[in-house]
Each structure stands twice: as C-alpha cells, then as structure tokens.
Design a protein around this ligand. Sequence first.
Ligand code: SF4
Length: 583
Amino acid sequence: MSDRPFHILHVDLETGQGKRSDFAPVSQVLGGSGLAAALFEHYGDPKLPAHHPSQPLIFAIGPLTGIFPLMSKVVCAFKSPYNEEYAESHAGGRLALSMRFAGYDAIVVTGQAKELSFLSIGGRKLHVEGVEYLRGRDVFSAGKYLRKRTPTHGHGSIIRIGPAGENQVAYACINVDSFRHFGRLGSGAVMGAKNLKGIAVIGDRELPLPDGKEYKKQFKEIYAQVTSTGMMSKYHNLGTAENLLALNELRALPWDNLRHTTRPEIDGISGERFAEQLLLRQTACAGCPVGCIHIGLLREKFADENEYLYRQVSYDYEPIFACGSMLGLTAASDVLTILDECERQGLDVMSAGVALAWAAEALDKGIITEKETLVPLVNGEKAGFADAVALLGGRVNEFYRLLGEGTLKAAAHYGGEDFACVLGQEMAGYATGEVYFVSQALGFRHSHLDSGAYSYDQKKKPGEKDADDAVAYMIEDERMRVMLTSMVSCLFARKVYDADRLREALRSVGLSDAADRLDELAREMQILRWRMKIACGFDPRAVKIPRRFLEVETWKGTMDEAFLNELKEKYAAAILDLAGGEE
Ligand code: SF4
C-alpha cells in the first residue's frame, strides 16, 4: 500500500442519520487543513450565510494522528459567523485520538436539529438525542452532565458549547474535554446554529499500529527528539507564559488596549508569578509527552465567613495577554477569574478580552456610558470585567449584542474604530512591528499560528525594511505550517517535524505517494484554503488596519505607515496571485 482514502462520517442533523464514505486519498489532500478545505469545497456553499443549516461543521485529523507523538490536534473548519469567510480553528485534548480510534479521519455535520441536541458518535453507533433541558447551561455544568451521560472509557472526547454559542456570539468557542478549545472565529456559534449542544466521540475500535522496523525507528527518533531537547523543558516548565517577561522587556506586549507595550507591573502576571502562586499541575493532550497545559488554582471567597471555592483554570501566554495585560490587570489570580468566566460562557478568551479592553477605553473616553455596559469597566479592576463576560455571553442588550459580533461592529455603531485592536479578528498578543500586523490582518486565519511574522519582526533590526522579502517569508512560512496542520501536528513540534522528517514518517507507514509529493501538496492545500476564503468574499485589498496599530511604540520605535501600507499592498497581491486571481 502506498496510499489510502480518508474515511469520512457525514451526519445530517435533519434526519439524525450518518453515512460513512471514502473521500479523496492522502496523496491528493494530505489530511487536516487540506482535507477540511476539500470537504468544505464539497459540502459547503460559500454564498450561503455561516449560520445556514446546510453549511458544514467539519472536524478533520491527519494521516499520522495517533501513530506519532504530538500528532494530537484536530482541525475544525466552517464558514465563520465572525466575518462570513471560510475559517479554521485547531484544538488538542482527546478528540484527535478518539476520532482515530472510532475509525474516522473526518466528521462532517450538516443540518439543524429540531431541538437542542447531543450527538454521540462511535465506530459502530450514532445517536442524536434531545437535551433541551441543557439550554442556557454553562460549559462546566453541561460538560459534567454529558460526561455522566456518556462514559467514554479512555479513548473518548466530549466537546460542547456554552451560552455564548447558543446565543450566536460571533466568537463563541467549542470547549474540548477540559482546558482545550476550538477558540477563534466562532465555531461555537456554528454549532449553536445547528442546535447542537455537544458531541461525544467514542473511540471504540482497535487501532493496530503499523508493522515494520522503519516505523519503530522513526517513532523512537521522534520521541527522543521531543523529550530530550529543550522543547520539553521550554513548554513544560513555565509554558508559553514564559514569554510575558521577554515580550514586556522588548516592548512588544500589548497592555491597556494597546496604549502601552511595556509596564513595570509585569511581575504580577509573569509566567514565573503564575508558577509560584497558582500553578497546580501540568497536563497534556492525548498522545503528547510534553504536557504544556498549565493549570492554575483559582481560590475565591464567596461569603463573609471563611468560605472559599476553588476551580482549576488553564492559562497560557495568549489568554494572559488578552484577559490580563490588555485589561490592565496586574495580579495573576485576577486574570484567572476572567479566564474562568470566559470558559464558563464558552467565549474565545482572546476575542472576549480584546473586545472588553476596547469597551473600557470607549467608556473612559465617554463614547459609551454605563447605560450600555451596565457595569463599570475600569482598566485594572477585575470585578466589572468578570461581570461583563457573562453579559457578553448572554448578549443581554444592544451593546453586548453588537460587541458579540466583534469589536469593529460595536465601534462602527458607537465610534472608536481607531482604537479597536482588530487585525482581521481581535488581535493576538504580539506588538512586534509592521510585518506581524499585516500578517495577522490579511493572513488566512488572522492568527499568529499561521505565520511566524512576529519572530521575523524581532529578527530584523530597526530600519531593516524589505517588503518583498517579508512577503516571500510570510507565503513560504504559511506553506510549511499548512504542511504541519495537514498532518495535524501540534505547532510546538514544528522544529521536530520538518519536511524531511514528515516524508520519512509518511513512508514508514506506507504512505509513500504523499511523501513523494509532500512539498507540492502543501502548496496545493495552501492554495485551496485561500480559494475557499476568497470564494466566501474575502478581499485582502479591502482590509483596514486601525489607527492604534500605527500609534503603538515598540522596541523599533513608532510604526512606519508607508512601510506598513507597502507590505499590505504586496501581501494582498501575493495572496490573490497564489489563489489564482479574483473570484
Ligand atoms: S505540546 Fe501542549 S498543546 Fe502541543 S500537543 Fe503537547 S500538550 Fe498539547
């Protein structure tokens, strides 16, 4: 065997029936990102709105999932209710392995259930049941109930939405098991539009490991590389939160709705402070020996007497930036409080934090009043923000309804577009320079995970400005990441899984056709993703970068508007060229 087809399960919620089929072979669509884009091309309609029942919600794994370390992620693909464009979001947890053990490379859900429902999928069963009584239930209590309802015995995964997904907040996430999320661009709202509260995937079949010496050799080498190099200590020890001090020192950490890029109060929310005061344990996605997921202990007094409750809350660099420094919070436990509330509501922490940072500045400037926000939103004070997260998840009034569609939608109505920190979606935590800003604003997922532009900015000296070089870097870097997200590897393993290693790994499990065409396929899948996004109406030339990004001061000084505009123009042209012109 030198190739194989992908095994797909298509569930139609209108009928409650599922159909298995073989889709394209590995040598044609690679898997993960590539497979998901090909499935969207087949099942989706770029012209119909994101919430239309017929639009697919796609979950795809890769050809190496479950058989090599850190091949532990799932790509969720959908038309985004945030921007009405084709979108991807990635998550770890146990879902990837559960899909592999259930025998599916991808699950495609279309239609709308008649009532709020729970879909349970195994290798030999499929069941849709009404769970109307879970309407409005938060992520924690819904998860608890669904777990009891569906014991998963090891290789099982439960994903679900909270009130934000049911209420169609455009950046509602899907919570995966405990502590992982399909965070960005609103997959939770798509699930809500389908009347789907949760999905259980039960890996109830055997997974025979590949035969042969070459597979064993590859596995051993990769495992050794993952566990014996600096990667393990870097991600396991302090985790990505380690970057807070470094980026603050570099003047690249957004604070106070990006009014500042460094503050002396960083010590209160550094990775070191989280570890000293709050770290409870580290945990891992299934199939990963690294264990980079850091869980903090949140202890809160809830009565005058000495009555406390405690909860476990995961943290990372990005959530600490969005729900910490952006809100001017300088105590680690305050950040955990906001993260916990976002988790409860089923909101993407990055979009929610950045949206509330804009709201606090708008309130401060008198553009909106407490009549809109209902609670005081004061930079540095957690209580108002914690209440506002619940109001946002519930979309309780016109203001929160608009803010729940995205910061720019609210700003278009009330004013304050200049200081909306939106680069395609609410920004990620890197104020490194022009290349990063353009890469996020125009990039495929509007995500720092699709490009290493933040490190490109950091490597170039102030004054070193070459738009052609930067654009070539962004396009090539994205291609390499598509190769990885098609497998679907954790991107923390990108130095381990270079193209040569991936080719060897594919060959060792009998997929030599895909291995032979790997570079070509990564480019084809990169193009396919862009084609899907452009077919939905994306025009990279129309993207605007709010004024705040030009006012910001980083280690390189203030931004160069002419360079930023040149980058924008050239990157937009390169994207359109890559996708084969305009639709
Ligand atoms: S390194 Fe972290 S995110 Fe990546 S697979 Fe391991 S535990 Fe999951």
